[in-house]
Design a binder for this molecule. Structure first.
Ligand code: SAJ
Length: 412
């Protein structure tokens, strides 16, 4: 039987599309967020993030009154938690957003409800979530302590969608569903079956937590390999892009792309959750993180050397987002590089980011100018490709003829 109402806690890059897709299946969805601005935007049928086609789905769901956003949690049959899980300064997982989300909806929980944690989490976080709920609601039996006769079902179902393809992947991807008990996993599967066309694979909460971390650590290690190659090639006067193209012709070799570093809120963060839980054994995973984190410094040095050729260097940095065709600046190496170039006084730094109209507040003190592609190309003598956005891939190469270029994405 379909739930009467689903609540999605956290209306960011994962929560909002999830809420909208469930609402598009005719189920009433209450989206909960701590930001009044986000709530007001969504309730107008608009969105606060860039994700292809999401605006259409949200507008449709709000107009048909299946989706509503609110600052406070309401009674529902299902609560999906999709809040951030950053790390602290010493690279330990920070679960405070999950804890405060749990305290926020615990008061409206009733017997028979299902709670799903979608946020990427270190192993053991779903059990902690159970305990936070139990602390707030001693009248309810949670499955970590009452396997046989729990009042609430709790499961971890990590999100696995790729920014830029979220709406397709939410429906098409297989889902790993880890229950605190097998019954919890079955309850969560019934929910996902409403909108997921991929397979729903049931396991324990701990395995599901580790599976998500493993997927992102796998990608991080592979990108680190490509980034390490790019550093070696720079020293050996070899074109890394040509090298990788040739090596990838081998039937069992598939090297990823080097870049300016690894950004985003997932791959640059999640491997640390494995490292922090077992630093002695997670040696390769830690080294990969360090290789990828060191890449922006190498790019800055390369750009500084290029700028040195000019008396008055004007550096156009193309792209600020953490990857192509999105607006997300979180942990973006491009942003880090622009800021460092400006900080070092390497020259005048112009940044071009076609997916944003202004720098978000957190970056408003940045010492560089945000401008259009046309303006930047008119003024610059050094051009740095930091993101392979469609606008830059389509650039007429002859416009760069008179300039020194540093291409971190291999698009020129
Ligand atoms: N990058 C490279 N070279 C590559 C591929 C990526 O430098 O060959 C860089 C990107 O430019 C970006 C970073 O890595 O800065 C991460 O980009 P991504 O496209 O690899 O991944 P995300 O962070 O957008 O999404 C990942 C996905 N995980 C995997 O592919 C294993 C996605 O499926 C997850 O849902 C998401 O993390 C998440 O939320 O965890």
């Amino acid at each position: 039987m379909n739930p009467t109402q689903v609540s999605v806690i956290g209306l960011g890059y994962i929560g909002l599309p999830t809420a909208a897709v469930i609402a598009s299946r005719g189920i009433k969805v209450c989206g909960v967020d701590v930001s009044r601005e986000t709530i007001e935007t969504i309730n107008k049928g608009e969105i606060h993030i860039v994700e292809p086609d999401l605006d259409i789905v949200v507008r449709g769901a709000v107009m048909t009154e299946t989706l509503r956003a609110s600052l406070t949690a309401e009674p529902s049959d299902v609560f999906i938690v999709a809040v951030p899980t950053p790390f602290t300064e010493d690279r330990q997982p920070d679960l405070s957003y999950i804890e405060s989300a749990a305290r926020g909806f615990a008061s409206v929980l009733k017997k028979g409800d299902l709670v799903i944690l979608e946020s990427t989490s270190p192993v053991g976080a779903t059990e902690k979530l159970c305990q936070w709920i139990a602390d707030a609601r001693p009248d309810l039996k949670l499955p970590h302590a009452h396997a046989g006769d729990a009042d609430i079902a709790v499961a971890h179902c990590p999100e696995r969608v790729l920014p830029g393809y979220v709406l397709q992947e939410l429906v098409a991807n297989d889902r790993i569903i880890g229950g605190i008990t097998p019954h919890c996993a079955e309850r969560a599967r019934d929910l996902y079956k409403i909108f997921v066309k991929g397979e729903c694979l049931l396991t324990t909460a701990r395995t599901a937590e580790m599976a998500k971390l493993t997927e992102n650590a796998f990608r991080d290690v592979n990108i680190a390999f490509a980034n390490e190659l790019s550093l070696i090639c720079d020293d050996s006067d070899i074109d890394v892009w040509e090298l990788i193209r040739l090596a990838n012709l081998h039937p069992r070799v598939n090297i990823l792309n080097p870049g300016p570093g690894v950004g985003g809120h997932c791959i640059a963060v999640d491997p640390w959750f494995i490292v922090s839980s077992n630093p002695e054994k997670a040696r390769l995973i830690q080294t990969a993180r360090e290789v990828n984190d060191s890449k922006p410094v190498h790019v800055v040095e390369k750009v500084a050397a290029a700028a040195d050729q000019f008396k008055e260097p004007v550096i156009a940095c193309l792209g600020l987002a953490f990857k192509a065709d999105i607006d997300d600046l979180r942990e973006s190496p491009a942003m880090e590089i622009c800021r460092e170039l400006a900080r070092r006084d390497t020259g005048q730094v112009l940044a071009v980011e076609p997916n944003i109209s202004a720098l978000p507040e957190a970056y408003s003190a940045a010492e560089f100018e945000l401008t259009s592609l046309d303006d930047a190309l008119k003024r610059a003598n050094v051009v740095v490709i930091l993101v392979d956005h469609a606008e830059f891939r389509a650039l007429d190469r002859s416009r760069l003829d008179q300039m020194v270029t540093v291409d971190t994405r291999g698009i020129l």
